[in-house]
Design a protein around this ligand. Structure first.
Ligand code: DLL
Length: 436
């Protein structure tokens, strides 16, 4: 096992934690100044040298970095070490335009690996666990991102990567997998396929699922927990901030600890971009304090969340963020009304008859927008009396209308009818333009 900084770092008091942040930030500023992009940005606010940064508050002077900045500097504009120091790259999963690429040197990877180890330990994983990593290995950070941390923790790692559900189930059964890492939508797909593939819950030894990489509601988490009879822990990350292990739930499941010695955390109002009070929802802005090959300062994640106030019963002092409530760019405007897909999921997942997949479709009918919520429901419901089916539809339409102020069309589908993605689920099909 490698030697790491003591576990104490997770339990530091605020003052000690901020002292570490400042030290690490200065180092990151030093490497950022080696890139023409940040040299110009930083000198524009009077930072020519790390010592010009007197306190953490000085970070607020630095302009935000956006995804467009990363695209504009593609491919090497934000590389701040000699290319021969680079040992790996990852790229964002964006479907349009140039990808955003991130480089890591050896030490960057070691520091990230250590965060993965901490995250896994925080949610109760250990050397006795058999860890089946169903996140795709490749440019996407989901697979490799937890892999080495799990190995360093001494877990038995099965790098099964994404897809091939039949093989996943076989591996789970034959090797007694205790922990899986997957998107929440894939967990539901896995469950739906068990029957077809003749696998019963009693054939498995599953205790935990680490779920992340896509938005999901508390009800969806509970559904996964109930279906499999396991604990599911929320895991948040993004490639611009390394990947998974930016924030992770501990065994208390009361919000995700954002590892503050590694990431400087800000929540800003999505319109004014001014800092909001703790507890208020806004856009998450992050500065990576531990990566030197690709420094990124004050990155606007577009993810909406809030800082949870109070302390966590686990004793870790890194502040917790709430589950991601949506993205500033996934808000749908339907006939002028703002709707977040997460509002729809919340309602749909409360209906006990809901199956394992749903989709939101928006299309034009004449000059008006129409919202269609497509939902898989159990086969028994579809064969029920049509009056019951209508009644259920009616209840769902009313519940949705109460939540989003729009009356949707609800369509029921048989299990397995809606498309399934290997990686992140595509929940919204906006036929007026965008995919989410
Ligand atoms: O999704 C990294 C990751 C892999 C995280 C595995 C967790 C587990 P990207 O492909 O760059 O990286 O996508 C990042 O996905 O800005 C969020 O919008 C969304 N996202 C990630 N985790 C969560 C989560 C990885 N737990 C983008 N809840 C982020 C909600 C999430 N959204």
């Amino acid at each position: 096992m490698r030697v790491y900084s003591p576990q104490d770092i997770e339990f530091l008091d605020r003052q000690a934690l901020e002292a570490i942040q400042l030290l690490r930030l200065k180092k990151v500023i030093a490497v950022a100044l080696d890139t023409p992009f940040y040299k110009e940005r930083l000198s524009g606010v009077g930072i020519e040298h790390p010592k010009d940064l007197k306190s953490l508050d000085d970070l607020n002077k630095i302009p935000f970095t956006t995804k467009d900045d990363l695209r504009d500097t593609y491919p090497y504009g934000l590389l701040s070490v000699n290319k021969k120091e680079v040992v790996r790259m990852h790229a964002s999963s964006g479907t349009t335009g140039k990808p955003t690429v991130i480089f890591y040197d050896r030490d960057d990877l070691n520091r990230w690996t250590h965060l993965a180890l901490r995250s896994l330990r925080a949610c109760g994983c250990g050397p006795i666990d058999v860890f089946q990593n169903m996140m795709t290995y490749g440019l996407f950070t989901g697979g490799l991102g937890l892999h080495y941390g799990a190995e360093d923790l001494g877990m038995f790692v099965i790098p099964s990567s994404g897809g091939n559900t039949q093989r996943q189930l076989l591996l789970m059964k034959d090797f007694g997998t205790t922990v899986v890492h997957a998107t929440p939508s894939y967990m539901l797909h896995l469950y739906a396929q068990m029957d077809n593939m003749g696998v019963k819950l009693s054939d498995l030894n599953l205790h935990k699922a680490l779920i992340g990489a896509e938005p999901h509601s508390e009800d969806l988490r509970r559904k996964i927990e109930t279906l499999f009879g396991i604990d599911a822990y929320n895991s948040y990350g993004l490639s611009e901030m390394n990947g998974p292990s930016v924030a992770f739930e501990c065994v208390e499941k009361s919000g995700m600890h954002l590892w503050e010695d590694a990431y400087r955390l800000e929540i800003v109002d999505r319109h004014s971009l001014e800092a909001v009070e703790d507890g208020v929802v806004g856009e998450l802005v992050l500065t990576n304090l531990i990566r030197h090959a690709s420094p990124i300062l004050r990155y606007r994640t577009k993810d909406l969340t809030r800082i949870l106030t109070g302390t966590c019963a686990c004793g870790r002092t890194s502040r917790r963020i709430d589950r991601i409530m949506g993205r500033t760019d996934d808000m749908l405007i339907i006939n002028g009304v703002n709707v977040f897909p997460s509002q729809i999921e919340e309602v749909v997942m409360k209906i006990p008859e809901a199956g394992n997949n749903y989709r939101i479709v928006v299309r034009k009918k004449g000059t008006l927008d129409v919202l269609i919520v497509e939902l898989e429901v159990g086969p028994d419901i579809l064969s029920d009396d049509t009056r019951d089916l209508y009644a259920l539809k009616g209840r769902l339409v009313e519940a949705l209308k109460a939540s989003i102020s729009i009356k949707p069309i609800v369509e029921f589908h048989e299990p397995g009818q809606l498309p399934v993605q290997e990686g992140k689920a595509i929940r919204v099909v906006d036929e007026r333009g965008n995919l989410y």
